[in-house]
Design a protein around this ligand. Structure first.
Ligand SMILES: O=C(O)CCC(=O)C(=O)O
Ligand SMILES: [Fe+2]
Length: 597
């Protein structure tokens, strides 16, 4: 700012400034005044950056009715060109207290009407601005902003009486604010009779605790927060809301903390509301999961829909399988990475990180993973049969049945979690459905046999399962009560991911990280001996650690699907480039598995 009073006519001028990036100052360029400007109150700049649409406030900003209740004033819209300074009225009918205008990425103008709660959509055609759509949102609407994906954010007030009071006596009253997001549905799948817009409440604050009289909200999609600004007596206040908080601020908080150490935070998320809650509950769950995936890459899920009795049965069946004579298990042996099915004896697989895979043989010799596993793939794939023990005995038949049914339940849960991720990444809820419907997943039963404690003492590199990241989209991990799983923190330390009854640990895999252009993190983890139970000494007398069982369900996109960076994770708008070449899910996984065995 120049600091000098400008010679402008406040009632009907637009001041054009240039932001000088070097000095960080606004430099006044010119003043535009025109008959077509009448108490302008909000504007939106054109795509070419040189023209703009202005809402004319109809003189409510000045004179005796200034600041009064919203009874006066009709509005019109003008269009001005900055180069010429020429403005003309482009629409003058149908604006019921037009309050804010924003230019969408689709080139359409969005206008909020505060009195009727309408979001109107306009198109510039020739010299006229024509209304092409109107959405009735039901609340008094304030400012609009457009986020990087083209979604429209609207601050709104749900209680008109409160709002009226707040406008006449702002110091003494509060009025609950909300932030709504309007997403446009596009793409070829759009049916003509379908609603074209999706409305999602982003933040609700019915008690008016956090967002009283909030008037402006901007969405930083990249950093996943919404910034809301309000004006109060002491001046403007701006608050950042984590997207995690979106939804209903007071009533539901789907996340609590399961692990927090060395900057590693893993939330415990109640997935129930995703199935049964309101759209806003669902959205809140989606954002909690996606936020966790963007930071630690891990969550614990409770109320995930797979009954505890089913999980117990699968654990029992798994233990029964591993009790079989070695010769029986060897007869069902794992053969190739392409198949990735069958029994893997102790020492065969050595989990390792991407960088280490070249030295696999050296690693395997020094400290093989102390575990045996049974790998079960999608049933019924030609040429790739599962290695069932059903020909051996009844227990073998039961094992097959139990595992097949469990496989299906996990497949469904995969789809649900991917829907949550889609919502959380601002994609249509069913975006991933066609990517995961085949169920090219892998159910891995793990058995870590009892180990003498001195094995770990003598070899500091000894682990039950080496440090690694998972390969696919997500992993659903069921743990028994013996701990040992550790997740790598941003500080490089390993933090215990202690078992929590009736929860699943869900973590993102390398392919999902790649798919999300690394917005989602695939975090390394490992399994070591169980941690010392706090305050318990009885175990200390034993010279070995007890067996541990776990079940990992590795979810993958369909083998034949091409994995290319997800919409919204790259592009000029967010100034991020695509980091990885496209690859089919199947090729990626075989490549990774080949390096491991
Ligand atoms: O057994 C566990 O808890 C983890 C196993 C694991 O991370 C894996 O097999 O990828
Ligand atoms: Fe893993």
């Amino acid at each position: 700012m120049t600091g000098k009073a400008l010679d402008v006519r406040t009632e009907s001028s637009i001041e054009v400034f240039d932001l000088d990036l070097k000095s960080g100052k606004l430099v006044h360029i010119k003043s535009i005044s025109s008959e077509a400007l009448d108490s302008p109150n909000n504007l939106a700049v054109d795509k070419d950056g040189k023209g703009f649409l202005v809402i004319n406030g109809g003189r409510t900003k000045l004179g005796p009715f200034r600041g009064g209740p919203f009874k006066f004033g009709s509005s019109s819209i003008s269009y001005c060109r900055t180069e010429t300074g020429i403005c003309r009225t482009v629409a003058s009918q149908g604006f019921d207290l037009a309050n804010s205008i924003a230019m969408g990425h689709d080139g359409l103008a969005y206008i909020s009407m505060s009195s009727t709660g309408t979001l109107a959509v306009y198109k510039m055609a020739g010299n006229e601005l024509t209304q092409i759509d109107a959405l009735s949102l039901g609340s008094a609407l304030d400012h609009l902003s457009v986020d990087a994906r083209g979604n429209i954010l609207i601050t709104a007030f749900t209680d008109p009486v409160e709002l009226q009071e707040a406008s006449t006596n702002p110091q003494a009253s509060v009025t609950a604010g909300t932030v709504l997001m309007v997403q446009k549905k596009n793409g070829p799948s759009k049916k003509p009779d379908e609603e074209q817009y999706i409305l999602q409440p982003m933040i609700e604050d019915e008690a008016a605790k956090l967002m009283s009289t909030t008037t402006t909200a901007v969405h930083d999609r990249l950093l996943a927060f919404i910034e809301a600004a309000r004006s109060t007596e002491g001046g403007p206040i701006s608050t950042k809301f984590s997207e995690r908080m979106a939804g209903n601020l007071q009533e539901i908080n789907p996340a609590s903390t399961a692990v927090a150490k060395d900057d590693l935070v893993i939330p415990l998320i109640d997935f129930g509301p995703f199935y049964t809650g309101t759209p806003s509950d669902k959205h809140a769950v989606a954002l909690s999961i996606t936020n966790a995936f963007k930071t630690s890459g891990f969550v614990y899920l409770k109320d995930h829909g797979i009954p505890p009795s089913v999980v117990s049965r699968v654990f029992a069946s798994s233990a029964g399988f591993f009790r079989r004579p070695q010769s029986q298990k060897d007869g069902l042996g794992w053969t190739t990475p392409q198949s990735n099915r069958g029994y893997v004896a102790i020492g065969r697989e050595k989990l390792a990180t991407l960088e280490e895979t070249g030295e696999m043989d050296v690693l395997r010799g020094s400290a093989p993973d102390i575990k045996e596993t049974m790998e079960i793939g999608r049933e019924g794939v030609e040429g790739l049969p599962n290695q069932w023990p059903d020909h051996l005995d009844d227990e073998g038949k039961d094992f097959k049945e139990t595992m097949l049914s469990f496989f299906g339940m996990c497949k469904d849960l995969h789809k649900q979690v991917m829907s949550a991720i889609a919502l959380g990444m601002n994609l249509p809820e069913h975006f991933f459905d066609d990517f995961v419907n085949d169920g090219d997943n892998n159910l891995r039963l793990l058995h870590y046999p009892p180990v003498r404690k001195d094995v770990f003492k003598q070899n500091p590199n000894q682990v039950r399962a080496g440090e690694h990241s998972d390969y696919g989209s997500i992993t659903l991990l069921f743990q028994d009560r013996h701990g040992g799983l550790q997740v790598r923190s941003p500080k490089g330390t390993f933090v215990d991911a202690t078992p929590i009854p009736d929860t699943i640990v869900v973590n993102a895999g390398d392919l999902l990280a790649r798919w999300s252009n690394d917005f989602i993190k695939s975090t390394r983890h490992r399994v070591i001996e169980p941690p010392k139970p706090e305050g318990e000494y009885q175990d200390d007398t034993s010279d070995s650690y007890p067996a541990r069982y776990s079940i990992a369900y590795f979810c993958n996109p369909n083998n034949n699907k091409l994995i290319e960076a997800l919409p919204g994770t790259y592009g000029e708008e967010i100034n991020v480039t695509k980091k990885y070449a496209d690859i089919t899910a199947g090729d990626y996984l075989v490549q990774r598995l080949t390096a491991t065995y």
